[in-house]
Design a protein around this ligand. Structure first.
Ligand SMILES: NC(=O)c1ccc[n+]([C@@H]2O[C@H](COP(=O)([O-])OP(=O)(O)OC[C@H]3O[C@@H](n4cnc5c(N)ncnc54)[C@H](OP(=O)(O)O)[C@@H]3O)[C@@H](O)[C@H]2O)c1
Length: 280
């Protein structure tokens, strides 16, 4: 048990709310901060930063690089880290992505240097695509509709369960031995989109299919739904990382950090199917 005081930025999101739960289970005093969180925190309003950070010994940081619109992630994280250290926050755990090349003109690891140069103890998490994208994120609508169209070809991705990301983040926030580490976090097995959709189809008894589409057609489809061209290209480029097997090799990091195997995609599907979230 611990009585550490910790702020979780993005504390209502897919990883953040599980980090909040993990920390509370260990007795930490935690506040979930976001625009709609227990404590109001808005990246676009610096006046909200100090009340969110003050009094915390450690902070979990989720940036907005995967959201539409331009943002200077490195600059924002640099300013936030500086303020955090000034206010006495000694440890920063930053969520980024296992995508090291620029995607649609954005870097998904832009904040790393900022925390590394902050003067705080830092840990960086670089996860693969989340399994929960199928149940809580961008891939859910396609599954519910019965057809998931993506420009991912037959590329493979070792989807990581966000419970594992949260468990690693919780350890990095509370325990020693994680400072200065860049953790690449994957699931235990790389699947193609077709295999992933087939697993969900079998577990739900629904007829579901994955339809590989071209990069161009996918961008045009997103734009026809009102998505800006820039953001559509960003999303398509992100999916192309799967198509091109950029991060298809599983890592052993979850096992090294947690002392147990990462959760398999089948276990994720087995747990989610009975909730009915995938029923059309
Ligand atoms: N999805 C994936 O497969 C994947 C894979 C690798 C890495 N990542 C990384 O994961 C991060 C996204 O994390 P996530 O999946 O936990 O996101 P999420 O579920 O969409 O949650 C985003 C969190 O940020 C908060 N937020 C959004 N805009 C904000 C703003 N302007 N100011 C303050 N808080 C804001 C949201 O709460 P409010 O709406 O209440 O503000 C929410 O708590 C990105 O950095 C992305 O690169 C994602």
């Amino acid at each position: 048990m611990t009585d550490k005081n910790i702020v979780v930025l993005g504390g209502t999101g897919k990883t953040g709310r599980r980090v909040v739960n993990g920390l509370r289970e260990r007795g930490a005093k935690v506040r979930a901060a976001s625009r709609s969180g227990e404590v109001r925190f808005d990246w676009d309003n610096m006046d909200t930063w100090e009340p969110a950070l003050a009094g915390a010994e450690a902070a979990y940081i989720v940036d907005m690089q995967d959201k539409p619109g331009a943002s200077d992630a490195e600059g924002l994280i640099r300013d936030l880290s500086k303020q955090a250290v000034y206010l006495g926050v000694r440890r920063l755990v930053l969520l980024q992505a296992r995508v090291t090349e620029d995607v649609g003109g954005k870097s998904l690891i832009a904040g790393e240097r900022a925390v590394q140069e902050s003067g705080a103890e830092w840990t960086v998490l670089r996860p693969n695509w989340f399994a929960q994208n199928f149940s809580e994120g961008v891939l859910l609508d396609g599954i519910v509709a019965g057809e998931l169209s993506l420009p991912a070809g037959s590329g493979r991705e070792p989807f990581v369960d966000v419970e594992d990301i949260a468990a690693v983040a919780t350890a990095a926030l509370l325990d020693d031995g994680h400072a200065g580490q860049v953790y690449e976090l994957s699931g235990p097995r790389a699947l193609s989109l077709e295999e992933a959709v087939d697993e969900i189809a079998r577990a739900t008894g629904r007829s579901l299919r994955y339809v590989p589409v071209s990069h161009q057609d996918y961008v045009a489809e997103l734009v026809s739904f009102g998505v800006s061209e820039d953001y559509a290209v960003f999303v398509a480029d992100l999916v192309a990382q799967i198509r091109d097997n950029k991060n298809a090799t599983p890592t052993d990091t979850v096992e090294r950090v947690l002392g147990r195997a990462p959760r398999d995609f089948s276990a994720f599907v087995r747990d989610v199917a009975p909730t009915g979230v995938w029923n059309g």
